[in-house]
Design a protein around this ligand. Sequence first.
Ligand SMILES: [Zn+2]
Length: 461
Amino acid sequence: MKRTVIANGTVAAPYGVFRAHVVIEGERVVALADDDGALTGADEVVDADGLHVLPGAVDPHVHYEDLGHAEREDYATGTMAAAAGGITTIVEHPLTIPLPITAQAFAEKRDRVRELAVVDFGLWGALTRPSLPEIPGEWREGARGFKAFMPFSEPEYPNVDDAELLAGMEIVAGLDGLVLVHAENDAMMRANHARLQADGRRDPLAHHEGRPPLVEEEAVHRAIFLAQQAGVRLQVVHVSSPVSAELVAGAKARAQRVTMEVCSHHLLLDLDDLVRLGPYGRCAPALRDRALVERLWDHVLSGNADCLISDHAPYTREEKEPGWEDIFAAPLGLQNIQETVPAVLSEALHVRGMPLDAFVRFASTNAARIVGLFPRKGTILPGSDADIVLWDLDAEWTVDSASQQFSKNPWSPFDGRTVRGRVVRTLVRGETVYVDGEIRVEPGHGRFLPGAGALVPAAAS
Ligand SMILES: [Zn+2]
């Protein structure tokens, strides 16, 4: 078995930051050592002197839209961008076509990702009206949880009404699975949009006015209540408002099993950026004003915001450009997976003073726990997968998607931003996937991570 030692680095694990050699045999970490005897007999020594050694980030909220819209991104380009951005595990959302709302469609999608991914991956199943009877089947095919949209989002993926959401939660509770909810109030959003369109509003801020914080906060409140009734574990995806985050904190204080995600763009961009970026800043929930962004950071620094996510949603420029004339013509979503972790790390560590081990929990460990992958993922311990990222935490660089991104149609809402902290090398299960600006493995290196209900044994995947 190949023995690799990452030598002389500073390990940043969820349980502390310390100097150590990391010893890898095959795909797993076997030891953390402080003496140079660990170097003897190594097949490969990676010198990490001056670098930090972090567990790979776990991004539980990614859209690649391959199957249906491979012109936007595919599982190869999308996971290469993830690896270059320090992410070693992704969980992809079910907005692919044909919709993975049957067990068979879910299995076909899983098999396609398996051929192309370069990082490890899980898949969320669908919680929609037509997929309710299929939830147990998707669970057996390896879905790790089920995603519901409370508001209208895409014509192909029906949003749930309250009765459907509750019914789905009860089914998932019976499996002891996870429900993920995109929480926005559909009726309020539709009424706002009708008013704005009657007023002839097409400017970027009209997008924010159609989906103000209350639209999210009310739905988060309702989702938490329904999840409590159903007794199901709930992840509130992409929380943009500190009021929503307070609702999650309140539920946690009552010992309800509720967790939350925050996006890089909700932490780093605000309404001035929405005006500047136009269609390239249109996402749901919308970007928020600076005062709310600051209060959202409080939840990151306190640890209440569990997971950092990209909510990577790739679109071509041709799809986004019409949004300059009419913001509502631009599809919802931002392409950002390669910059998400470095850009937020830069701000968290160097501007806001977040301790490095707390950042590791935010970007990696908590998501691994919520998704059900800890301690295989999300930490550096003997027995963990050797999913490791070497960081130069002080290197400064400027985001220039055209020359940097592996995404199929490079653009980024962070273009032009100065970032302090650079991914030097990314290993997935002991293998170097990314180093020096290059991908070093073939598509298919990534492995499917089936959920607890899977009939497919992990070894066969
Ligand atoms: Zn999303």
